[in-house]
Design a protein around this ligand. Sequence first.
Ligand SMILES: [Zn+2]
Length: 319
Amino acid sequence: MQSCFPSLILLLSTGPLFHWNWNRIPCLFQYKHTYAAGVSLLCCGCGQLRQGCQNRIEDKGDEFVKHKLLMILLACSLAGCGFTGTEDTADKTDDDRTADVAGEGSLAKDAESGEKTADQNREKAQENKDEKQIPAAAGEVVISGDGSPATIAGVPIVNKKYGVSPDYAPGEDPTAAAAARELIAAMQSQGLDVSDSWSGFRSYEYQSELYNGYVASSGQEAADTFSARPGFSEHQTGLAFDLKHASGALLENPAEAQWLLDHAHEYGFIVRYQEGWESITGYMAEPWHIRYVGDIAEDIHARNIPLETYLGAEGGDYR
Ligand SMILES: [Zn+2]
């Protein structure tokens, strides 16, 4: 209310302009005493100015002009009160206060107001997403004490920042495996070249063998771009599958790779490592590697973003 005070003063100080009209504006009559009290309090040099203004208006005898002035002043007062009232309800940052003190003008306030609206829109969008049970970027990070993967909003995340302990060995996730079988059957029904066999769950020990083999043949720097160090493989969760062509080679032909990009989400999967995402996922593109995430696959696919971005999880290289 404090910031309404200048507006009230303005309203009261304009009283003389419509003093003549009290009895013709019944809805304002109740404020007459308030007005009188206000004028008494404001009895100062400004009184002369107001009186002069009143006289000039009355001299002109133009009631239309008086009426217009009254409406404009009332509108200004109410608008001013409303504007400052809105500001009062918003949380102010230190920057806001600085701007107010410095009096940086209405453009800054307009911009600030616009930002607040945008923020509100984003919050609303976030709320809508939450209603659809989609993990929020601000979801709580849970690092499990039992060596299982960290989860964000219930979604397990394993990358070069989020690891799992050596003895975490859940085996193949049955729901994910069933979905993978459905996906493969769908591909095969369309004549696509995909094998019934895949590379799914990998134990810590097996990942160690694989990774060490790649380091021996390609060097560690190269190996880190396409193979996870033991304890950091998504395959250890039982939720990741490397699909293959009938030949046994990893699935990478354009027709099959594109089908996965277009349809994997229909089976609860995302193509986890894609071109352009290397700095976030930590790996080169792997068209064959699909990760089961369930219902949220639809939304991740629609937004076309890495899992890390979707969950608000840290990505990139090892620490
Ligand atoms: Zn893989």
